[in-house]
Design a protein around this ligand. Sequence first.
Ligand code: HEC
Length: 233
Amino acid sequence: MNNAEKEAYLREYDILKKKGKPFFPYAVTKDSAMFLIVTLVIVALALILGAEQGPKPDPTTTTYVPRPEWYFFWPFELLRVIKPPELVPIATVGIPTLCMVLLLLLPFYDRNPERRPERRPVATIAGIMTIIAMAFLTFLGATAGSPTQIDLEVAPQFEAGKQVAAQSGCLACHKIGDNGNDGPGPELTHIGARLPAQAIQRTLINPSGIMPPYGDLPPEKFDSLVKFLASLQ
Ligand code: HEC
């Protein structure tokens, strides 16, 4: 801002200040009144319509698929994309913290007095890119398959078994391809190369350690599950 601009600004500020009303009590009264109205409306809505709480939690369900609220889809998608465990803290803590710090420090590193977007190309483009990136990640997160899904290409005859594995909670303890948790069970990506179908079947019926038995799956599902696992060479 050059001196002439500064003087013009101060003159205008002076005029406006003489015309205006003091913040206290005028603005404070107005804000308080509006705050009270909004609160009363929310209380009234809660009393009349009640709050939607969804179905009761069922601790015995094993098919529940946890999903974040829509406004968390973008970090959810970031986490899906970033697979190596050492990079996860960067995605969950690092990137959001960095963004917060950048926003917090904005008045210090951006001293540009210009307010029109078209005269501030860097800030405008950075803002638009951020919005596009978040919208894109939100879209991907919203349309992503559920975490109980196994992204492996298998021959059509093993698809059914893949579904059974995905929906039986195996991924909670086993890694299959890119999906599932790294433990407590061993990775199953190449289980077929390590164990013959017979041994897999025995493990599923009579597992050792903390693994629950799966012998009471319907026979059809059980067979397709064993076939799928044995095919993982
Ligand atoms: C609660 C965790 C848990 C769940 C759920 C689970 N497993 Fe396991 N699984 C384990 C553990 C732990 C072992 C290792 C047991 C041991 O070595 O004593 C294991 C071992 C195995 C083995 C033998 C692996 C080997 O290399 O010997 C197979 C095969 C297997 N699981 C398949 C499955 C399948 C298929 C499912 C889903 C239908 C499943 N598991 C669900 C924990 C689990």
